[in-house]
Each structure stands twice: as structure tokens, then as C-alpha cells.
Design a protein around this ligand. Structure first.
Ligand SMILES: N[C@@H](CCC(=O)N[C@@H](CS)C(=O)NCC(=O)O)C(=O)O
Length: 319
């Protein structure tokens, strides 16, 4: 794990000294958009764009879910990096079709960032939304990529499902903000903390939010309104990894999600929705976290448990 400094890859773990042991996520640099307007910089076209993802990463996972829900499998192609992320950051495996860079046969994801912008400085993250035509990164911020996928290709696919409806936007924005800080990024803030105080602070905020969520979901089937929105999908990618990864590896261990009836029913409903389960790979995800973060798990041993079955009945339709 590392970053690009002056055009070169430097192997370095997150530096938390300046922030009193608190993990801080770097702002994404590429922030362009794709639009239905054929005269725009990046017009929506079938076959033009490509996603680079890791199946372990909750932010990249959002984009895979939207690709699935919005029926974009034949419109946007995908390359998946290897599960392990070690000295060279995200890598491809040239020997294995499943984990290849299908466009350029790169060995490492940082080579793609340098191809897009030789002056790029900083972390090399997934997801990346790539334009095959101009050979650059359109956007590497998942919260924006899912909004692009939510609407820009509607004329091509005919799928007009809207996960960010205008009437619910203020509510969705508010939910996203709390859930991002305390849950999505909260588990990382607990896991990557390097002082006891920073860990405890993140842990408290996380479980306060999960307690609130458990209560909210007792009387609401979904987070906002009576329909699935992006707020649910953004939350889902953290919840699905919780018991298998964050509970142990990131020390988010007051209790497992299994212990929350409403949250775990909700989680099963989302897992069973359409083809979402196709985007979930927990063995790969476990391998990524446990076998990459040497500072947290020096033996790199990947635990075998827990046994989980997200296909059980969820009973959420009674709400
Ligand atoms: N803001 C980004 C964050 C993406 C992100 O942090 N991805 C992680 C994987 S879960 C990553 O690639 N980390 C590599 C690194 O930080 O060096 C987004 O939401 O798209």
C-alpha cells in the first residue's frame, strides 16, 4: 500500500501522525461527469466507458451495484484488481483472466493513474471510471459515479429507475452524511486508528449510529421514503462486510449485526434484491482486508468464519 509522489510509486502505510492517530481519507481528484448530451465532454455511449474495481472495497462495490441495477452490464465493461493489496498497491494478475487489466494489461493500478495524469500525486484508489476514447479517468469518486450511472445512460438502457429522486434528495443527503461519517468511513476510522482515543471515538459513533438505525428500521422498510434509494445501497456495502470483516479486523466488536433483528432483516432483503448478490464476494473481501493490512494483521492469516446465510427469509414485506 502506498501512493504516487512525483511520478513514482512510494510504498507507505497511511500517515496518521499529523491527525492525532485519526485516519483521514484523501479527496478524490478526478471529478468529471458523463451526460446524455451528445455534445458534452463525456457523452453517454455504449461500450465507451470502463470501471476498475476491487470486489472488497465498499466504495467500488456501490458502483458495481448500480451497474447491475441499472442494467449496464453490456454498456460499461469492468476489470477487477487482485484481492491482495501489498507493496505496489492494487495489482492485476496477467496470468488470470479474472483479475486482468483488459484495456492495457498493466501490472499495477498506479500505472493507469499515471497514464491519465503524469502529474498525479497521492493515493491510487478504486473505483475508477475510465474513458476508453480519450484514455483518461472521468471520475474516481464513487458517490459521483453512482449518480452518473443512476441517470446518464437511461436513453441507452431504457431503465429509468431512479435511486436519487428529487423529492427525497434532502432526506437522502442528510442520511448519507451521517452514515458516511459514522458507518461507511466509521469502520475505517476505528480500524485504521493509531491511538486508543481515536479508535474509541470512532467505535462509539459507529455503534450510536447502528443503534439509531436499528430503531429506524423497526418502523421503516427503507432509509428514505418507501422505496430503495442510493442511501440504502451506500449503507448496504458496509453492512454486508460487517460481521465477516469489520467486527474482527477493524475491532468493531460491541456486537455483530446478527444481534440486530431489524438491521439483519433489512440487510438480507437488500442482498436478495434483483441480482445484487452477484456483486457480493465475501471470501475475496476477507482475503483483501486480512491479507493486505500488515500493520493490523501481521500474520496475514484470513479467518475461516463466520458462517453466514443471507438467503434466509427477511420478512421486511410486512412493514
Ligand atoms: N472517495 C473514494 C474512496 C475510495 C477508496 O478509498 N478506496 C480504497 C479501497 S476501499 C482504496 O482504493 N484505497 C487505496 C489507498 O488508499 O491507497 C470513493 O468513494 O470513491
Amino acid at each position: 500500500m502506498g501512493l504516487i509522489v512525483n511520478g513514482k510509486w512510494v510504498d507507505q502505510w497511511y500517515d496518521t501522525k499529523a491527525s492525532k492517530g485519526q485516519f483521514e481519507r484523501q479527496e478524490s481528484r478526478f471529478r468529471d461527469t458523463i451526460s446524455a448530451d451528445p455534445n458534452s465532454k463525456y457523452p453517454a455511449e455504449a461500450g465507451r466507458y470502463h470501471l476498475y474495481v476491487s470486489l472488497a472495497c465498499p466504495w467500488a462495490h456501490r458502483t458495481l451495484i448500480f451497474r447491475q441495477l441499472k442494467q449496464l452490464e453490456d454498456v460499461i465493461s469492468v476489470s477487477v484488481v487482485k484481492a491482495e493489496m501489498l507493496e505496489n498497491g492494487w495489482e492485476f494478475d496477467l496470468e488470470n483472466e479474472q483479475f486482468q487489466d483488459h484495456l492495457y494489461q498493466h501490472n499495477y493500478l498506479y500505472q493507469l493513474y499515471l497514464k491519465a495524469a503524469p502529474d498525479y500525486q497521492g493515493r491510487v484508489t478504486v473505483p475508477v471510471l475510465w474513458d476508453k476514447k480519450t484514455q483518461t479517468i472521468v471520475n474516481n469518486e464513487s458517490s459521483e459515479i453512482i449518480r452518473i450511472l443512476n441517470s446518464a445512460f437511461n436513453d441507452i438502457t431504457g431503465n429509468t429507475d431512479d435511486y436519487y429522486p428529487a423529492s427525497l434528495r434532502p432526506e437522502i443527503d442528510q442520511l448519507n452524511s451521517r452514515i458516511y461519517d459514522t458507518i461507511n468511513n466509521g469502520v475505517y476510522r476505528a480500524g485504521f486508528a493509531t491511538t486508543q482515543a481515536a479508535y474509541e471515538h470512532a467505535y462509539q459513533q459507529l455503534f450510536d449510529s447502528l443503534d439509531w438505525l436499528e430503531q429506524h428500521l423497526a418502523s421503516h422498510r427503507y432509509l428514505a421514503g418507501n422505496q430503495l434509494t442510493e442511501a440504502d445501497w451506500r449503507l448496504f456495502t458496509t453492512l454486508i462486510r460487517f460481521d465477516a470483516v469489520y467486527f474482527g479486523h477493524f475491532k468493531c466488536n460491541r456486537n455483530q449485526l446478527e444481534a440486530f433483528d431489524n438491521i439483519s432483516g433489512y440487510l438480507r432483503e437488500l442482498y436478495q434484491f434483483k441480482d445484487v448478490s452477484k456483486t457480493v464476494d465475501l471470501p475475496y473481501s476477507k482475503r483483501h482486508y486480512y491479507a493486505s493490512h500488515k500493520t493490523i494483521n501481521p500474520t496475514l492469516i484470513v479467518p475461516l468464519g463466520p458462517e453466514q446465510d443471507f438467503n434466509q427469509a427477511h420478512h421486511r414485506d410486512q412493514l
